[in-house]
Design a binder for this molecule. Structure first.
Ligand code: FNR
Length: 200
């Protein structure tokens, strides 16, 4: 059985983050093909292009973690109907210096939880524009707009509600299938495989 390395971003730095709980729930339910490693974002400086001529270790480590991953999962809250600044900052780091976009051709998934009914849908819509620009293929369906019910989860991501569990299992199974498909398409021998730099 092939296994794939999935780097995941949690878009919240809050100690009691519901999105961190959601990430734990997804990892609990994941098929054995996927191995998850968090890509931390909390200590990154704010990106600016002055760093491009002498990229700091924090930025290099982030890019290396993305590039070492077969696929990327974003689990994030919605802030003011958009992407939380800490997550957007991390994505900006990963996208630069120009010509070294670490997200190019990486299969990605976006999911998020909110106490509110929109369930991070507007943040996810913003993310899709960003990831499109970065040439990162995205899981289109199922969409994961999670209205977080605190009673449905334990602190370590145990899912106590059968319907929620079935949905999250379906989501992560479909993400695994999507990663597999994109990696097959990216493999040598396919059209466009000869010039990965053109994707950056
Ligand atoms: C929020 N929250 C929020 N919720 C939402 O559904 N849509 C939104 O646009 C916003 N905007 C927003 C902005 C800021 C600055 C904060 C701090 C919060 C509420 C948010 O969903 C809630 O605090 C979640 O618990 C945040 O996720 P974590 O940090 O618990 O994972």
């Amino acid at each position: 059985m092939a296994t794939y390395k999935i780097g995941y971003f949690v878009g919240s730095l809050a100690s009691g983050s519901i999105n961190r709980i959601l990430s734990k729930a997804l990892i609990r339910l994941t098929p054995p093909e996927l191995e998850f490693t968090e890509i931390p974002i909390g200590t990154l400086p704010l990106y600016n292009s002055d760093f491009d001529s002498d990229f700091p270790a924090a930025g290099r480590d982030l890019k290396q973690a993305i590039e070492a991953s077969d696929g990327i999962l974003f689990v994030s809250p919605e802030y003011n109907r958009s992407i939380p600044g800490a997550l957007k900052n991390a994505i900006d780091w990963g996208s630069r210096p120009w010509g070294t976009n670490s997200f190019a051709r990486k299969p990605t998934g976006i999911i998020g939880a909110s106490p509110g009914g929109i369930g991070t849908a507007v943040m996810q819509s913003s993310m899709r524009g960003v990831l499109s620009f970065l040439d990162a293929p995205q899981l289109n369906a199922p969409e994961g707009y999670i209205r977080f019910d605190a009673e449905a989860y334990g602190p370590d991501g145990e899912v106590k509600n059968a319907e929620t569990e079935a949905f999250l299992k379906h989501y992560i199974d479909e993400f695994a299938a999507f990663v597999t498909r994109v990696l097959a398409a990216n493999a040598p021998g396919h059209i466009g495989d000869s010039d990965p730099a053109s994707a950056k």
